[in-house]
Design a protein around this ligand. Structure first.
Ligand code: MN
Length: 734
């Protein structure tokens, strides 16, 4: 079980303490070597003091202690003890290699190089620092881990240096080491460093938080115990054994929440975090279900980092619920293994396991990718953007086909990405290729995905898209488009209705405009121009009849003639306009599986007679008042006579949803055959909507299954898997 790591400065730590701690997880380590490294560092630093007045050796010993907590291998721990000897004591790398080994010497050399990086507050120079860090990291990640341990101890003892130096070092830590620790997933180090940075950068806030949080310490501890017991009991009711831990949240995360939401300390509600550790993934979800049914979950707070791990491999379920005392509490659910990765991150790779003396260093893809950037870009700003994106974990980071990195919101889809590139790309997006594979618009992007957007001239946004897009940018562009389309449609419809109505009286919009006859109506109804008039009529807010009643010449004509014929025509126009308006409304909910050539936004329906599914050859029939009906090209309704009414239609590849289709299965009549076929269909992930069975006289069985498939190829696959059953005679689509 991994404990919450505590890195506090231990002023009396001896080499014997270190030996004992290493022994606890690595009993057959070479302790002679470890003692030798200590002795070597001790001699080299002899006489040197820290700002605290303590002997210098206490610093490398504490650094080594942190590395031991992270359960690093022996070379790394020795490098921790020796990390300052080249820099501060004029010891040569060759001497270290001679006394110890090349691995230790390389680590110390790497650390010495990093320590020479002069950090400046200017952004441009920071980029150079990052570049060098990345290069050092790519050679051996352990260098950065030792550096983090070094920085951790310096931060722990920062009170002994001048105010000015405190601020400078804390800022540098927050800018560079915290993101690195975070990116490497070493969360225990990251949170500790963040709290220390807050303490030195914003002492007034830090101490206020510390005071508030600790004010009711005993009461809080009681409450934590109560919640733990409560959660354990609930889990036990479902015979789930779990380890449950609770603690107040880190100050920095409270502070971040306060600033992000612009609220005061009192308003930050969930100050306590609980962790449930179970033995496998199934139990994680089971525990989540139990928690959500035992406490009231807070909407929008559930995150599944097990299904979609963070880019630093962090996995866990997160949720927040109303606790037993009506207080918000945060709950993380994960397995033991996930917990270790969460605490130690990449350091967990070196973790000593019985019988395994040392593991080779993991190669991290993103480090390689950053290195490529380092090589390929001369533009510092661009590189910094890449680094920053890469180090920030709140989003998803995906690559364009050219290799640019884009940051998107967690849970983003290809649509978000498309709108991120350009509004027009978004509007015409039909799907995407992710790492070369075609995915639908709904696909959830993962960090590291390389994504190429597929567009089609005939594609346009639909209301569905508002459920798919996650980013505010994409959503507002879609909304704008939908509003404009609705307005355009209404305008055209209104114009059509008015023209038809005016025609009855032998006039037209153009003629009325010319004679300035619309003015009276415009004034009375506060209409700005003709376009707006058409929009209002098309949307049904104003009727054509009302307009006509306010046109001087028509008014007279209608009064004079009062022909029943004219009235009849007007009411016909009215009903036609109502019908059209209704159709326009319906259309926005219509099936978008098919793209109709040269026409946007027409109503499309699948013909009942042949029920086409994606992959079938198809043709559209233009129907009166009901848009377009899509038939299979070989449907027997399609003949020379109907052919004149057809229009070219194609499947919309960007849409993925299931279509019902029926298949007839002829079998030998054997008991259990129905369930056998059902199982076969279900096993290929296909849903069965209904099944009908018939016994035939000649000891044959006939079944009709209505199944749901994405497309023709999925149907073929399903048919062939049914055909492969020994008892099956034939399978046909009906
Ligand atoms: Mn140091």
């Amino acid at each position: 079980m991994s404990q919450n790591l505590d890195f506090s400065h231990e002023r009396d730590l001896t080499i014997e303490d270190l030996v004992r701690r290493v022994e606890a997880y690595y009993p057959d380590a070479n302790f002679t070597m470890l003692r030798k490294a200590y002795q070597f560092a001790h001699n080299a630093h002899n006489g040197q003091k820290r700002s605290s007045g303590e002997d210098y050796i206490i610093h490398p010993v504490n650094v080594a202690a942190t590395l031991i907590r992270l359960r690093m291998d022996l070379d790394t721990i020795m490098a921790g003890l020796l990390h300052d000897v080249v820099e501060d004591c004029n010891i040569s790398p060759q001497e270290i290699e001679k006394e110890f080994n090349q691995g230790v010497a390389d680590l110390v050399v790497g650390l010495t190089k990093i320590s020479k990086i002069k950090f400046k507050s200017k952004e441009e120079s920071q980029i150079e620092n990052f570049r060098k860090m990345v290069v050092a990291m790519a050679k051996d990640l352990r260098v950065i881990i030792v550096k983090l341990a070094d920085r951790m101890h310096n931060m722990r003892t920062l009170q002994y240096v001048s105010d000015e130096k405190q601020k400078k070092i804390a800022q540098e830590t927050l800018d560079i080491y915290v993101p690195l620790a975070s990116r490497l997933g070493i969360n225990s180090v990251k949170s500790e460093l963040e709290d220390l940075c807050l303490r030195f950068l914003k002492p007034e806030i830090y101490y206020r938080l510390a005071e508030k949080v600790s004010m009711k310490k005993s009461e809080r501890d009681n409450y934590i115990r109560e919640v733990i017991t409560n959660i354990k009991e609930k889990l036990l009711e479902y015979s789930l054994h779990a380890e449950v831990k609770g603690r107040p949240k880190h100050f920095y995360s409270i502070y971040k929440k306060m600033t992000a939401r612009g609220v005061d300390f009192e308003q930050v509600q969930d100050l306590l975090a609980f962790r449930i550790i179970v033995s496998n993934i199934t139990e994680c979800y089971k525990a989540l279900g139990i928690i959500h049914s035992s406490f009231i979950p807070i909407p929008g707070r559930f995150k599944d980092y097990i299904a979609i791990p963070k880019v630093n491999n962090y996995q866990s379920l997160h949720t927040a619920v109303i606790g037993p005392r009506a207080e918000r509490i945060e709950i993380q659910i994960r397995t033991n293994e996930m917990d270790e990765v969460a605490e130690a991150g990449v350091a967990a790779h070196w973790k000593y396991k019985e019988g395994l003396a040392g593991k080779s260093a993991p190669k991290l893809d993103w480090v390689q990718e950053l290195l490529e950037y380092n090589k390929n870009t001369d533009n510092n700003r661009e590189f910094l953007d890449v680094i920053k994106n890469d180090l920030d974990l709140d989003g998803v980071f995906v690559f364009t086909p050219k290799g640019d990195v884009r940051e998107l919101k967690y849970g983003a889809t290809p649509l978000d990405f498309a709108y991120e590139i350009h509004t027009e790309v978004g509007h015409h997006c039909v799907g995407a290729k992710i790492n070369g594979k075609i995915v639908p618009l709904r696909h959830i992007l993962k960090s590291g995905d390389s994504i190429e957007i597929l567009t089609s001239k005939t594609q346009s946004p639909s209301k569905d898209w508002l459920n798919i897009a996650k980013s505010s940018k994409a959503r507002s562009k879609i909304k704008q488009w939908l509003l404009k389309v609705e307005r355009d449609e209404n305008r055209e419809l209104g114009r059509d209705i008015l023209e038809k109505a005016f025609k009855v009286f032998g006039t037209s919009l153009k003629a009325l405009r010319k004679n300035n006859e619309l003015k009276e109506f415009f004034d009375e109804f506060h209409i700005i121009d003709e376009d707006e008039l058409c929009v209002q009529v098309g949307s049904g807010k104003l009727s054509a009849k009302l307009v006509m009643e306010h046109i001087p010449s028509l008014k007279d004509l209608a009064a004079k003639q009062d022909l029943p014929e004219i009235n009849e025509k007007i009411s016909e126009i009215e009903s036609y306009s109502n019908q059209m308006t209704k159709n326009v409304r319906k259309k926005t909910h219509s099936d978008n599986a098919v793209v109709v050539d040269e026409m946007s936004d027409v109503m499309v329906r699948m013909a009942k007679c042949c029920n086409p599914i994606p992959g079938d050859g198809i043709v559209g029939f233009i129907t009166r008042g009901r848009g377009i009906t899509v038939h299979k090209s070989d449907c027997n309704r399609v003949d020379s006579e109907t052919l004149v009414r057809t229009i070219k239609v194609t499947w919309n590849k960007g849409f993925s949803f299931t279509h019902p289709v029926s298949v007839r299965v002829m079998t030998q009549d054997k008991p259990g055959i129905l369930s056998l076929i059902s199982k076969t269909i279900n096993n290929s992930g296909i849903n069965i909507r209904s099944a009908m069975a018939k016994s035939m006289p000649d000891r044959k069985g006939s079944f009709i299954f209505e199944i749901e498939v994405k497309d023709y190829s999925e149907l073929l696959k399903t048919i062939s898997s049914i055909e492969s059953l020994e008892e099956v005679i034939s399978v046909t689509r009906v």
